[in-house]
Design a protein around this ligand. Structure first.
Ligand SMILES: [Zn+2]
Length: 494
């Protein structure tokens, strides 16, 4: 009987399955937005497992598709683990999209159906259709989507976070490509050569337990999984070239696809395949298939460790919501060495072979440089509609301020504005004095934004004037920072 059922599902698979546009071109041509749309609509029509939705339209009016895989109503069964993968925020990083389409076919195979006994999976194959059509990094408004997850000004990122807020995915992954062919590396004689690199969260405000599970359990699993499929994989390590500048486990900023969900205590990753050297179609079969292997690894890991992940994420999120978290929030951070040297496999331009290079300046640890005491919440002036708009886009809980919620209030006076090094960039660093303003404010002029919610850490990091990752570091909000003036957002201490 089991054999017959398997045979039947195999037959139905061959009816549903069709080659992706990339496969049809024999891995020579990139999938256009129109072809992607057609492919997704066809598999949706043929498969009961899949449902698709248009999340929004891009700046230039192209659809942003979400593909939902579920054996029931997506998100309804609370025992299932909810997993989200989104690809191609950067339009010139094409292999993520191509891999996502290959993944759809892979997941429809009969031998993979068991995965959806435990998983509700959502896939966004193409976050940036406008950039993709032109093979450009930025979206149709010329904005880098992967620096937009805190301020949320773009339709693509707004839609992604709305989707996240709706289903509260427990596992997420953002898929990119890296480009190792730069002149600086060539001068050194070596370049990075891994098919796939994977990174976990680094911001130190994120749950230590979630980091532990990511670094100690998922990363070894995914490296092994990808290697067994015949590709190479290693840690995601930006910076360098070796000997010129330090290497690190990526930024701690919370404005990207991985960290913006990580800061909500989600098990969150970034995966990067290798870009083509001269053309975006170079080596495309290997690039797409190796990225697909990494995506499949995340899904299988989520299946294998469903109970542990769900329990951990629920507990760590509850701490944010009930405000049972560290009283300090780190708002200025830096990368430090913990003394370990990194043995990094690089491709030698001379011999054409992989060579182990010892990286002395490997800053694997992120530490706080400046903390603030976590307040009970913030008072948001009603006369600043840009802040209300921001709270609404992030689906934050807030209300009119009143005496039952607000008893003691402090504010900042901005004495002067200096600067601070941030991963070789310069950001503003105000010098502030704390002032007690409890008796000097009209509460009806303010909204009260409590920190006791899932975006607890994000709220503090966003609103503190000395935060190197805060709203004031963006052009849209820099007017909030005037030397010789009061900072208009206030801290509720009791
Ligand atoms: Zn990218």
């Amino acid at each position: 009987m089991k054999k017959i059922l398997f045979l039947l599902s195999l037959i139905s698979y061959f009816i549903i399955a069709q080659q992706t546009p990339l496969e049809k071109s024999n891995f020579a041509k990139l999938t256009s937005h129109e072809e992607l749309k057609q492919f997704i609509q066809e598999v949706d029509a043929k498969s009961d497992l899949i449902n698709t939705e248009v999340l929004t339209k891009s700046a230039e009016g192209r659809e942003l598709f979400a593909v939902y895989f579920s054996k029931g109503k997506f998100g309804a069964d609370k025992n299932k683990i909810r997993v989200l993968i989104f690809a191609q925020q950067h339009g010139n990083e094409q292999s993520g999209k191509e891999a996502a389409l290959l993944l759809i076919n892979e997941l429809l195979k009969p031998e993979n159906q068991y995965l959806f006994d435990r998983i509700d999976f959502c896939l966004i194959p193409q976050m940036n259709p406008d950039g993709s059509e032109k093979n450009k990094r930025r979206n149709g408004n010329d904005v880098d989507l992967n620096r937009n997850h805190l301020i949320l000004t773009e339709p693509e990122t707004i839609a992604l976070h709305k989707l996240f807020d709706k289903y509260l995915f427990e596992v997420t992954m953002d898929v990119h490509e890296y480009w190792p062919f730069g002149e600086e590396w060539k001068k050194l004689g070596f370049r990075r050569n891994f098919d796939v690199t994977v990174g976990a969260v680094t911001n130190i405000n994120i749950s230590e337990k979630i980091k532990k599970l990511s670094y100690e359990k998922y990363l070894p699993f995914v490296f092994d999984f990808i290697t067994k499929q015949g590709y190479s994989a290693f840690h995601y390590l930006p910076g360098g070239p070796v000997g010129v500048d330090y290497l690190r486990y990526s930024t701690f900023d919370i404005n990207d696809g991985r960290q913006s969900f990580g800061i909500q205590n989600t098990l969150s990753f970034i995966q990067e395949g290798m870009n083509g050297e001269n053309y975006s179609t170079d080596n495309l079969e290997r690039r797409a298939k190796s990225q697909m292997a990494g995506m499949l690894a995340l899904i299988k890991f989520s299946y294998n460790n469903k109970k542990e992940i769900k329990k951990l994420v629920a507990e760590e999120r509850k701490k944010l919501i009930s405000n049972k978290v560290n009283n300090k929030v780190a708002i200025q951070l830096d990368h430090f060495s913990d003394g370990t040297e990194l043995k990094l496999k690089l491709l030698s331009y001379y011999s054409g072979e992989d060579t182990i290079v010892t990286v002395k300046d490997f800053r694997s640890a992120v530490k706080s440089v400046y903390d603030v005491e976590r307040p009970k919440g913030y008072l948001i002036p009603k006369q600043l509609p840009e802040l209300k708009d921001w709270m609404d886009k992030h689906n934050l809980n807030y209300s009119d301020a009143n005496l039952s919620k607000v008893k003691k209030v402090e504010g900042y006076f901005i004495d002067s504005v200096g600067t601070l090094d941030f991963e070789r960039d310069t950001v503003k660093n105000p010098f502030v004095s704390v002032i007690d303003v409890t008796d000097k404010i009209e509460l009806s002029d303010y909204y009260f934004l409590p920190v006791s919610q899932l975006k607890n850490n994000m709220i503090v990091i966003a609103l503190e004037p000395k935060s190197m990752l805060g709203l004031v570091t963006y052009k849209q909000f820099e007017h909030l920072l005037e030397a010789g003036d009061k900072y208009k957002v206030l801290r509720v201490m009791k």
